[in-house]
Design a protein around this ligand. Structure first.
Ligand SMILES: Cc1ncc(COP(=O)(O)O)c(C=O)c1O
Length: 412
């Protein structure tokens, strides 16, 4: 994998935090959408109900009530029958990636390219050799299975990737992409580590609900309708739903509720959950008990309603995504937008020139983005990741106009 420069990450973060810089670089959820009041009430309720015990050490796999809640949601919303035994709470899904890296540290791990920086960091920190496997297709909607087969032949026992609303490209796998991977997992007996923190942020879902109903009613013999229904299933469900015995699914409350909870989870076959539990015990004994108790209280005791909350978040992000699309079309007409993200927080664009060379000039113009080279194993330098979850539409428009101005600064 491309070596990640911590100094570059520091540079982005400090540049993005500078007064007057509009940041399309980060990956933070929008703060004014956090359920702050509902969470404060849930903390008070949980403390009142549980008393001193809420501050005591707790069990490594996590609060049983929260694990049961997750198992129910996996079963109902994600199409993946799950028991609480198959769920372990982690300190953010980032910890799940770290534990997976530890569990499989004796073999190379195949990782999608481009891919999530934090996964690359987890593998590198655990000295795990990674083998890049490209996402391919115009919409990056599948992986290069021939490359994955080569990685498996070379000893990889695990493939890491994101099936929905990928960080950094926003891409999701098509029905065919999912089918190819599931077949490989089953025939070659490898594990898929499915990282799905954005799965609940399918902000086209509400608008498409009617279309879904129409597709379901369509003539079953109509191949197009059948295909789109399957692709749709792809966006509704993780790959883990199709290959539950070969997938280690990593979920998170960071994007659906709030990142400072540092609560995520793995859903996997029981024997893998046990192994990961052993590693977690060595790492931190357990994730915060009081935060787990408060979260499950908020999720189950009302008046907070997660689905209603998610509808608000999706509606806001959808407007911001559309604003980013419009701004790119207006100010960067020569940009290639390969993927129309149906969820998540990111849009990936390609420009004809080096985007890492553009970065400094963009900062001077008051805008930050992440040059694509930092996500790519092959050193390709023409892409950039643009985040749309943090800024409002007017700020997004200004930010993209500044990128265009920075490109002009370079013109001879
Ligand atoms: C793809 C991906 N995986 C995992 C994480 C880690 O999330 P957390 O540890 O907050 O659950 C992130 C955070 O941005 C992410 O983008």
């Amino acid at each position: 994998m491309h070596t990640i420069s911590p100094s570059f990450i520091r540079e982005i973060l400090s540049a993005a935090a500078t007064d007057g810089v509009l940041s399309l670089a980060g990956g933070l959820p929008r703060e004014d959408l956090f359920p702050t009041t509902a969470f404060a009430d849930a903390v008070a309720t949980a403390v009142a109900r549980e008393g001193h015990r809420i501050l005591q050490y707790a069990e490594t796999p996590g609060d049983l009530r929260l694990r049961e809640w997750i198992a129910r949601r996996m079963t109902s919303t994600h199409g993946m029958p799950t028991s609480a035994e198959q769920v372990m709470i982690t300190t953010g899904s980032q910890q799940a990636l770290d534990l997976v890296a530890k569990l499989f540290s004796d073999r190379p791990v195949a990782v999608e390219n481009p891919g999530y920086l934090g996964a690359a960091m987890a593998f590198a920190a655990n000295r795990v050799e990674t083998v890049p496997v490209d996402r391919i297709g115009d919409a990056l909607d599948r992986i290069d299975t021939a490359a994955l087969v080569r990685a498996i032949d070379g000893g990889a026992a695990v493939f890491y990737g994101m099936s929905r609303f990928q960080n950094p490209t926003g891409a999701s796998w098509s029905a065919e992409g999912r089918r190819q991977l599931v077949e490989l997992l089953e025939t070659r007996g490898v594990w898929f580590v499915e990282d799905d923190p954005y799965g609940e942020l399918r902000f086209d879902a509400d608008a498409e609900a009617d279309a879904d109903a129409d597709a379901a009613d369509a003539d079953a013999a109509d191949a197009d309708a059948a295909t789109s229904a399957r692709i749709d299933r792809g966006l509704h469900t993780p790959v883990a739903a199709d290959a539950p015995d070969r997938t280690i699914y990593c979920g998170s409350f960071s994007k659906s509720v709030a990142p400072s909870l540092r609560l995520g989870f793995v859903r996997a076959p029981v024997e893998i959950v046990r192994e990961l539990g052993r590693l977690k015990q060595a790492a931190d004994l357990h994730s915060s008990g009081i935060l787990q108790a408060a979260l499950v209280t908020m999720l189950t005791s009302g008046p907070f309603d997660l689905d209603q909350h998610l509808r608000r978040v999706r509606a806001a992000y959808r407007v911001q995504r559309d604003a980013l699309h419009r701004a790119v079309a207006t100010h960067l007409p020569d940009a290639t937008v390969g993927v129309e993200p149906a969820g998540g927080m990111f849009l990936w664009i390609d420009l004809p020139e080096s985007t890492s060379a553009l970065f400094e000039r963009a900062i001077a113009r008051g805008v930050a983005f992440v040059p694509g080279v930092h996500f790519r194993a092959d050193g390709g330098d023409t892409g950039m990741r643009l985040n749309f979850s943090c800024l409002d539409p007017a700020q997004i428009e200004t930010a993209v106009a500044r990128i265009a101005a920075a490109r002009e600064d370079a013109a001879p």
